[in-house]
Design a protein around this ligand. Structure first.
Ligand SMILES: Cc1cc2nc3c(=O)[nH]c(=O)nc-3n(C[C@H](O)[C@H](O)[C@H](O)COP(=O)(O)O)c2cc1C
Length: 209
């Protein structure tokens, strides 16, 4: 009898261990089996970083991902400024109340629109969509490489544009759109569930998803 109880207890213990192991494995996962979609759904803004440099190979991978974004008539009207000088990161953080976390990051990438490469005339503002697509690709690449990052908004704030132009000595035809601090995460924020079927319409406004 005693033997049976001990076998039963061992089986129960094994079940608890397996359940806990599966839960731990799934933490931060949406359960999606498509790796690209899983990466999108589990991305979240990270604003605290370890004091550890980001490898050059990873920086290049992120830039390659950013530059693979679609752009209107394939203009690619952008430039990217890598900021890994701690003094510059601090200077930016000190002057930008929305980007204080840059002071604690080993790296930031500033995504800029370049008006010399942008569409002329009515289509010019497409540079904003193009640089935004690049910024999102950058964030997704960072996440997939085990890094944490956050989009801090620059354009259309004239003050933030001026600060970044000044600190990074950008020419007047270059407009910084976003400043993205990046590093190994020192916090583990949970991704937000933003799935709202009520935001989806079918074949017009009135029909629901
Ligand atoms: C255009 C834009 C501007 C943003 N600006 C800032 C910012 O200045 N500072 C900041 O901490 N986060 C900023 N964010 C990040 C948002 O706060 C964040 O994406 C949002 O709260 C949703 O959280 P999630 O990224 O974790 O899903 C910005 C995001 C976007 C898309």
């Amino acid at each position: 009898m005693k033997m049976k109880v001990s076998i039963l207890l061992n089986v129960l213990l094994a079940i608890v261990v397996v359940v806990l192991a599966v839960k731990t494995f799934m933490a931060g996962s949406s359960g999606n089996t498509n790796p690209a979609i899983e990466n999108m759904i589990t991305r979240t803004s990270v604003r605290a970083y370890e004091a550890k440099a980001v490898e050059d190979a990873k920086v290049e991978q992120m830039l390659r991902a950013a530059m693979s974004a679609p752009t209107a008539i394939n203009k690619q009207p952008w430039d990217f400024v890598i900021v890994d000088d701690p003094a510059k990161l601090k200077e930016l953080a000190d002057s930008l109340s929305n980007a204080k976390m840059a002071a604690g990051a080993p790296l930031a990438i500033v995504v800029c629109g370049n008006m010399q490469k942008a569409i002329e005339g009515e289509g010019r503002d497409n540079w904003i969509a193009d640089a935004s697509a690049a910024t999102e690709n950058l964030l997704l690449a960072a996440h997939s490489l085990g890094l944490g990052a956050v989009w801090t908004g620059v354009y259309p704030s004239a003050h933030r544009v001026d600060v970044i132009r000044d600190v990074l000595e950008l020419p007047g035809y270059v407009v910084p759109l976003s400043l993205v601090p990046i590093g190994y995460p020192a916090e583990n924020p949970q991704p937000k569930d933003k799935w709202k079927p009520e935001n989806v319409h079918r074949n017009g406004w009135s029909a629901a998803y």
